[in-house]
Design a protein around this ligand. Sequence first.
Ligand code: C2E
Ligand code: CA
Ligand code: CA
Length: 732
Amino acid sequence: MPLIPQLFRTDRPARHWRSENHYRRLLEAAPDALIVVNEGGLIVLVNVQAEKQFGYLRDELLGQPLTNIIPEGFAGQLVIDGARSGGEMLANQQAAAVDLKGQRKDRSWFPIELTLSAVRSAQGLLTIFAIRDITSRKRAEANVLQKMDELNRAQVTLNCIGDAVVCTDLTTNITFLNLAAETMTGWPMKEAWGRPLADILNTGASAGNGSSANTAELAILEKCAELVPTRCVLVRRDGTKLQIENSVAPLHDQYGNASGAVVVFRDTTAAQEMAQQIIHAADHDWLTDLPNARLLSRRITTAIENAQRYGLRVAVLFLDLDGFKHINDSLGHSIGDQLLQSVAKRLVGCVRPGDTVSRQGGDEFVVLLTAVQRKEDPANLARRLLRTVAEVHSADQHDLHVTTSIGMSMFPDDGHDAETLIKNADTAMYQAKENGRQGFQFFKPVMNARAVERQSIEEAMRIALERREFSLHYQPKIDLRTGLITGAEALLRWNHPDRGLLFPSTFIPVAEETGLIVAIGKWVIQDACAQAKGWSDAGFPDISVAVNVSALEFRSERFACDVLATLDDTGLLPGNLELELTESVFMKHLDSAAAILQSLRSAGVQIAVDDFGTGYSSLSYLRKLPVDTLKIDRSFVAQVELGADEAAILTAVISMARSLRLHVIAEGVETSEELAFLHEQDCGQAQGFYFSRPVPVSSFVRLLLQQADGQKLEGAQCKQTLSMGPPPMRAL
Ligand code: C2E
Ligand code: CA
Ligand code: CA
């Protein structure tokens, strides 16, 4: 480039450039367009390149102002500056640095690079412009810029994604790491560059399919992507480990030749932990984290297989907490849950590491003893479990007492599969409960007969209502001051087609478990109200009827409405209906219970707390609930027989009821001693075998008629009446 302008420098001898021919040859040989401009800025000389570049014929260019083809003021200014500076060469750099454009004859623009020199001649100061069309160079530059831009963008993108990306060359040496790869491997890009892939992506021997470097080599060689993710452990630079999943693909250059490999991997530690949690959750109980029924079943199956092999036994212990429902109902689920967690912890503390404690749901737990050598081992464990569960538990500042009943079954004696063993242990547990709770019981085949019976009760009970097999018996309530019958408690009886008259203890628990109690209870209220209305119509308007209400019934949404509708239907005065509820029925949701009771009481219905004294320890609820009567549980009345100290509670309850202005009735009065004591304490009412057993309605009406005739119920000989004979009462 500088060659031509140098020829025209002012320090050259004049004779050289005066040689027209020589000068023209040089001019034409130059690769650039050369244009000579006089002091007035007009073109005086051009070469062929200039014609080509600007698309003019030589003659068209000559005489034109230079600014016609390089319109930038700069070019013109250069000429003026050149003249002023007396022909000194002007700074090439300055000219080259400016983004100049030339304009062709067709008015199109093209980028140029300009170098100029000035010479003083006979025609004055001439400026020689060497002009190079730099279109292709600019294009190339733009291409490079665009490439760099793309690369930049790719890098930014790669740095934004969560997956780690590592690129290598053909020899699997590192050429690139994105940010995620830097973080995961612990290697900054600068340090990793040029190192073998295996150093950076150290998957040790854990990668079942070979190391990451091997996989990358393979991908390059075979030109195929190893896209099926491989799971392996990445040993990071600091030695810590990560679970990763990686895939490898070969990289190709623009001609399709392999140029390296790209490895993409991600941290799957969290995902795998999550997967493990999901698997764990499927097999464990959410509340106690003990194995659930599914896992237990699998473990029993395995234990049986092992026991078979070594001639050992397997024991299954089925535990059910006694009275848990009561705690749950009265203190709420949260306390109940804490109690279950505490029990679970205690049970786990009692067994060997190879044994399993599982929660079946509710308050039921199953313990699996594997490899039992002696038959007494499970019994010893059962004793230990009973003791440890019975120790006081604390939850939210409550000291809780709970006991458990345990049923046990053994392989091979009582079953050969998990299901049978659990079922039989469950059956034995029911037996343990019936035997008086807080005990354990081995399974015996005869127990199955009882389980079958329970099942048959459920089935028969489902149709008993339709078949009108239920009836109510009435036990009189006596006013102790007047000795007169004031009302009766309605007690449910089931006239079973095969078994005869059944008492509530045989079927009410099943009815409560199955929910049948709601329909049965509705019938009871309906029948009792209709009956009492009959007595009223027959001339006994003051005789009230008391009905027992189960928790489930009370909690059913329409309970209060149904009761009021029944009173409406039957026409019984609300004051002649008393509802007997145990503390556990309303304890759980004290506020909503209070609202329901209030709605009934404001209609005139009487409310009694049944079995008073056996349930809840705090009495503060009595202030919150609209209660009329406390019905003292039979267990306190029976204490009278034992002496004054034992009867102290009864005395206290009666005086408390009086101070709360509540009516009090003693239930289960069987002896004259008990009656005398109640008289002494000025107890308002009493009920019990001493006066009369619960009797069919016809017998009760007879009692009312006798009373109307002036006879009172009194002083029945308990011992005689206890032996249930019809009519089981004594009217004096
Ligand atoms: P409860 O409400 O405590 O009823 C009193 C129970 O004590 C009755 O037993 C009654 O026969 C018995 N009893 C009465 N006087 C004496 C006595 O002097 N000595 C002794 N040892 N017992 C006496 P029953 O009829 O077998 O009822 C048992 C329980 O069944 C009732 O206890 C009550 O909780 C429930 N129940 C009875 N009928 C119904 C009903 O219609 N609905 C609901 N939900 N439960 C009922
Ligand atoms: Ca009752
Ligand atoms: Ca009772």
